[in-house]
Design a protein around this ligand. Structure first.
Ligand SMILES: C[S@@+](CC[C@H](N)C(=O)[O-])C[C@H]1O[C@@H](n2cnc3c(N)ncnc32)[C@H](O)[C@@H]1O
Length: 261
């Protein structure tokens, strides 16, 4: 099996942030944030959400963005310093699996597109539960990669590549659709599910946001598809883009719940 070196860089995540902006906004609403709150963004990446949350808790509260990528956190901090929000938005280098915060510390917590990278998602949700105050809201967003649908002739290749992404490239490819079950297992109250269908006609954007090139190259190396099948697939997609008929869609899943008293 070829090794996956990780999909995320700062520019990729900022681009994704623009596309997911309405979903992000709804997640802040569901957190029911008040001025003065202490809020967690777990797997905060470039700090897009931490900054927005910082505006909501100002002037007395604060936000902690946690990530295990130190380079990402340094860049996130640079943004916060430019915006002069460093008193309100802090970043902490930690692994989501073993948070160092005390029990019942945060008024609310969120995490977006982290769980697909976790090999112990239920343990991490348990950690989030532990650090949330009773009555606090938790919101988790993830991609349902199993719902990826691309209009094409080479349906067999599409399915092979999609399954490869789900089962070999992502650590927890079925994360999106498993969130509801996990919220139940961890005993959150008032569990709500929102599903957001996204689509694009932009082939380049699809490649940029779906790790598609890595999926294709790794699937070829691992003999999941042949060079001939890959060439045919790429030609079809390119042709569709030239004809302005490229189509792909996917669902994002948001699950929220309240920690009981
Ligand atoms: C797809 S990015 C999403 C970033 C951000 N939530 C956003 O919406 O822009 C996933 C982030 O989770 C971080 N991450 C992955 N596994 C982690 C772990 N075990 N502990 C902490 N951060 C982790 C990555 O470094 C990356 O920044």
């Amino acid at each position: 099996m070829t090794e996956f070196k990780g999909p995320v860089d700062f520019d990729y995540l900022r681009k994704a942030g623009e596309i997911f902006a309405p979903i992000k906004q709804l997640s802040y609403k569901k957190m029911q944030i008040k001025q003065g709150d202490i809020v967690l963004d777990l797997g905060c990446g470039p700090g897009i959400d931490a900054i927005e949350l910082g505006r909501l808790v100002s002037p007395d509260g604060f936000v902690i963005g946690v990530d295990y990528d130190e380079v990402m956190l340094r860049k996130a901090l640079e943004q916060v310093e430019i915006l002069k929000m460093d008193r309100i938005v802090h970043f902490q280098h930690e692994n989501a699996s073993a948070l160092t915060f005390p029990d019942n510390y945060f008024n609310s917590c969120r995490s977006e597109r982290l769980f697909m990278h976790l090999n112990n998602p239920e343990q991490v949700l348990g950690e989030i539960y532990r650090v949330t105050k009773p009555g606090g809201n938790v919101v988790i967003i993830d991609t349902d990669w199993a719902s990826l649908s691309i209009d094409c002739q080479s349906v067999k290749t599409e399915q092979l590549l999609s399954n490869y992404r789900l089962e070999n490239l992502l650590t927890n490819g079925y994360s999106g659709r498993s969130l509801y079950r996990m919220f139940n297992n961890v005993h959150f109250n008032d569990i709500q599910v929102d599903v957001f269908p996204l689509y694009t006609n932009d082939l380049e954007l699809f490649y940029a946001l779906s790790l598609q090139e890595t999926v294709e190259n790794n699937a070829l190396t691992d003999n999941i598809i042949t060079q001939r099948e890959l060439d045919q697939w790429r030609m079809e997609l390119k042709q569709a883009a030239l004809n302005n008929s490229f189509y792909c869609s996917i669902n994002m899943i948001m699950v929220s719940g309240i920690k009981p008293y």
